[in-house]
Design a protein around this ligand. Structure first.
Ligand code: ADP
Ligand code: MG
Length: 386
């Protein structure tokens, strides 16, 4: 983005303003704040900004409750200057409003997904979007894994396209993990399902020194080891795959030593710490135990780079949050480069109160997983081409 000559030029910035709304009020504005560096830089350079975003899943129809109008207001508060809002996304009204922009002014367009052409990556919709500007900047890492009109199709119409500040930061840290990680490099993966992350496990096993497994996904691996798993989350159809991965990975792939088992999936359930080889019939494992926290903590403390995706337990319930919170604290205290991705993991980092001590918190759950799995992101590839 630094390389673009923006003064007096119309710049389309694809932002991610997909924030939670309730009764027309923005409930949480992390994503709005995350784009401020990009927007400020462009405004300081005297660009005329045209902002495009999606919000929710309107499925190609105009849904007033998913209008971006409240977002324009909130953005305006953060920037301390007016943010124009246009009730349309493409067409004559848009062209007229954009034409009125002076240097350093901006206009937010209505929800891109009110038009089916957005998610269809429709050629005509993409072309019409592209006529709003002379330069293109993508700062919406969270949708970079989707080939939509605003992230992919329209970009082909620009001679120059660039990554915004946030996008660049995301790519910098995730790319570091895959191409040039400082060693020891430890990854910690958890969350609900193995099937969501199997490609990430595969890809990371080639890069890391240690891959620590926790959360629900540990149980498919434990079953593959022949251990009893009770009613824990096991994906039967992935047990064979887990077996192969364990064999290939050897001691790189690390499983929990102990766990917190509960009589049912309930915050009030009876629960206790047990060695990983034990679980009462009909009970389920809902968190890693203290020995595992200590062992994983040692690996994290020794690492120069740490990548974490997926909670170590059902952290939404207080009795099963200890493992996740304790290791979030260890990651935060580490001198190494720490990168955390995934919606729930990021929520856990905030719950633990350590967000400001993480090197990079990824804003894109799905996009970061696809990137880490080694896939090309259509929203990034097209920038590279430009
Ligand atoms: P992220 O959003 O960080 O990528 P996931 O969506 O993959 O993470 O997984 C998060 C979910 O996994 C949480 O809702 C959490 O309660 C659940 N989870 C973690 N450990 C377990 C477990 N042992 N059993 C069942 N669910 C679990
Ligand atoms: Mg999640």
């Amino acid at each position: 983005m630094d390389a673009l000559e923006m003064t007096g030029r119309r710049v389309f910035v694809r932002v991610d303003f997909n924030v939670p709304l309730k009764d027309g009020i923005v409930q949480e504005d992390t994503r709005i704040r995350a784009t401020l560096p990009t927007l400020k830089q462009a405004l300081d350079k005297g660009a005329k900004l045209v902002l495009g975003s999606h919000l929710g899943r309107p499925k190609g129809r105009r849904r007033p409750e998913l209008s971006l109008a409240p977002v324009a207001e909130r953005l305006s508060e953060h920037l301390g200057k007016p943010v124009g809002f246009c009730g349309e996304t493409v067409g004559d009204t848009v062209d007229r409003e954009v034409g009125k922009l002076a240097n350093g002014e901006m206009l937010l367009l209505e929800n891109l997904r009110f038009y089916p052409g957005e998610t269809d990556n429709d050629a005509d919709f993409a072309r019409r979007l592209s006529t709003t500007a002379e330069l293109y900047v993508n700062d919406a890492f969270g949708t970079a894994h989707r080939a939509h009109a605003s992230t992919n199709g329209m970009v082909r119409h620009f001679k120059q396209a660039a990554a915004g500040v946030l996008m660049e930061k995301e790519l910098h840290y995730l790319d570091m993990a895959l191409t040039d990680p400082p060693h020891p490099f430890t990854a910690m993966l958890g969350g609900a399902k193995v099937s969501d992350k199997i490609e990430v496990v595969r890809s990371l096993l080639e890069k890391v020194d240690r891959l620590l497994i926790g959360g629900g996904m540990a149980y498919t691996f434990l079953r593959a080891r022949g251990l009893p798993t009770g009613k824990s989350l096991v994906e039967e159809d992935k047990v064979e795959l887990a077996k192969n991965l364990l064999e290939e990975a050897g001691e790189k792939l690390v499983l929990p030593l102990d766990h917190i088992v509960a009589s049912k999936f309930d915050a009030e359930a009876e629960h206790r710490v047990m060695p990983i080889s034990e679980i009462p019939d009909g009970w389920m494992g809902l968190d890693i135990g203290p020995e595992t926290v200590a062992a994983y903590g040692d690996q994290i403390r020794a690492a120069k780079m740490i990548l974490w995706n997926g909670p170590m337990g059902v952290f939404e319930m207080e009795p099963f949050a200890k493992g996740t919170v304790a290791l979030a604290e260890v990651i935060a205290a580490s001198d190494g480069t720490s990168v955390v991705g995934g919606g729930d993991s990021v929520a856990a980092v905030h719950q633990a109160g350590v967000a400001d001590r993480i090197t990079h918190i990824s804003t894109g759950g799905g996009a970061s997983l696809e990137f880490l799995a080694g896939e090309k992101l259509p929203g990034v590839e097209v920038l590279t081409d430009a």
